[in-house]
Design a protein around this ligand. Structure first.
Ligand code: GAP
Length: 496
């Protein structure tokens, strides 16, 4: 594999491949779709299971200091008071009075240039940071003035007069944006038949709290010693104001979270070690190092519970963005739950006779975001004998289908042996059987979904009881006796 074969990936190509091949579909599509929710199709569900299994294997199965949990999505409403989500899990929101479109107030910017005639010219634009907007307007500012001077201000920096000159980023109406108000991102629902305030509950916005409220249960039932961690994979829900970029930011998504409990004072060292371990996990599963980076959070962007945080970022088609966050949550959560529940969530160290409230290191990743990064990183288009080959060079552990069995033709003489091979391999891996169209087209179809190995049965196979294995990446072919096929495939699928 060469890097020259890697085109700059366009998100639309990924979206279209996912739809075409049954990896990810827009949710409720026959009704026009539901904003920013996604359904995983027959191949997507396999890919998702493989990503979750790889995570579980690395952080639970192969470690001695970790256990798993699967807590309920619906939790006692006091949980969210204690965690601070009721008060602080908010984004500032503005709405256009004309088209009713909503925006995050901290993502709207007023850009002002000095025009050729010395008069000010202004624009309203969307951007996730001031730096990003400055970068995108540099060229335009130079066209207005040789010295290229311009200013970029967020809504909180504007005078009343400037605020009224803003244009809606969606419908372009002037002076139509409301003042910013805080909007809580938690979805509300009701428990039981009566819809009143007393029965109001929330869909969890993070899986983490299910772990904190079970800290005592896990500690007592599994007799753990510090440091130890609890891992959980599950759905979370956030009423995001500006979801988008395919599955990157959706309103229903899955998280893979670890709460790792440590003795205070060892937290900084443990944080560093988890950042390294989690970074390496993505590399081990095939993500290219140059597409990953670690970014420490500035003080001003830390979540309300965090003492420090590092983001593992991936170079997505829309730019560098968070893939996973690793936070030092200090003793914030256990202390809050102790206060709100009245239960003592401290830990007694029998060896030293000390009692303390553990600090928590939290590696928190998104299943959907990880899948998106794996897809983008694995997507290639290359020319093969004058034709374009689309190929997903997914890590073998992640590929939805491991082996495809392809009889050379539909000739009935090939059928019994092909079916026998297919059925025997299916007991070991996800295997697909395809006998439609030319063998070349069938190879392309398998390349496009990332199937590492294809097994072809031809007329010679009936004589010599041997088949051809074709490798997805190198396209090399080898001949193998059927009786050795399972072992050879096994060996090839375990190669890094
Ligand atoms: N418990 C900490 C926590 O939830 P977060 O940074 O808000 O921290 C952790 O979320 C991870 O969950 C993110 O790095 C991302 O991978 C995923 N995630 C968060 N919001 C998401 C959304 N709206 N859509 C998809 N994934 C999301």
């Amino acid at each position: 594999m060469t890097d020259e074969s890697k085109n700059k990936v366009d998100m639309n190509e990924i979206v279209s491949l996912c739809k075409r091949r049954g990896i990810i579909f827009p949710s409720s599509e026959i009704y026009g779709g539901l904003g920013s929710t996604w359904d995983y199709g027959p191949l997507g569900v396999e890919l998702k299971r493989n990503v979750k299994d790889a995570w579980w294997k690395a952080v639970v199965q192969e470690r001695e200091d970790m256990v798993g949990l699967d807590a309920a999505i619906l939790m006692h409403p006091k949980t969210w008071e204690a965690s601070g989500h009721l008060e602080s899990f908010t984004d500032p929101l503005v709405e256009c009075r004309f088209c009713n479109q909503r925006f995050r107030a901290d993502q709207i910017w007023r850009v002002e240039f000095v025009g050729q005639d010395g008069k000010p010219v202004h624009r309203t634009t969307l951007g996730t940071s001031q730096k990003e907007v400055i970068e995108s307007f540099r060229e335009e500012a130079r066209r207005h003035q040789p010295n290229g001077l311009f200013s970029v201000k967020g809504l909180t920096e504007l005078t009343e007069e400037d605020y009224r000159t803003l244009r809606c980023p969606s419908c372009d109406s002037v002076d139509s944006l409301t003042k910013s108000r805080m909007f809580n991102l938690m979805f509300k629902t009701f428990m039981g038949p009566v819809e009143d305030e007393a029965s109001q509950i929330y869909l969890r916005p993070e899986t983490a709290q299910g772990i904190f409220v079970n800290f005592e249960n896990v500690l007592n039932s599994s007799r753990r010693k510090m440091p130890f961690g609890i891992a959980q994979i599950g759905k979370s829900f956030r009423n995001e104001i500006t979801p988008g970029n395919f599955t990157f930011r959706s309103r229903e998504f899955e998280q893979m979270e670890i709460e790792y409990f440590v003795k205070p004072g060892t937290d900084e060292e443990q944080l560093k070690s988890w950042v390294e371990e989690r970074f390496q996990w993505y590399i081990n599963l095939g993500i290219k190092r140059e597409n990953l980076r670690i970014r420490p959070h500035g003080k001003e962007e830390l979540a309300h519970y965090a003492k420090a945080c590092y983001d593992i970022e991936y170079s997505f088609p829309m730019g560098w963005s968070e893939l996973e966050g690793i936070a030092n949550r200090s003793d914030y959560d256990l202390k809050q739950h102790t206060q709100y529940s009245g239960r003592d969530l401290s830990y007694f160290d029998e060896e030293t006779g000390e009692r303390y409230v553990p600090y928590v290191i939290e590696p928190s990743g998104g299943v959907d975001r990880a899948i998106l990064a794996f897809l983008v990183d694995a997507y290639y288009q290359e020319e093969v004998r004058g034709e374009t080959r689309v190929i997903l060079r997914l890590h073998k552990a992640l590929a939805p289908v491991k082996v495809a069995v392809l009889p050379l033709s539909r000739n009935e003489k090939l059928l019994p042996m092909s079916q026998e091979v297919y059925k025997s391999l299916k007991r070991h891996w996800m295997v697909s059987y395809d006998d439609a169209q030319s063998i070349g087209r069938r190879y392309r179809r398998q390349d496009e979904i990332g199937t590492p190995l294809c097994v072809t049965i031809d007329f010679q196979s009936l004589e010599d009881k041997a088949v051809t294995i074709r490798d997805r990446d190198s396209m090399e072919q080898i001949r193998v006796r059927v009786e050795e096929l399972k072992d050879v495939l096994h060996q090839k699928l375990s190669e890094e």
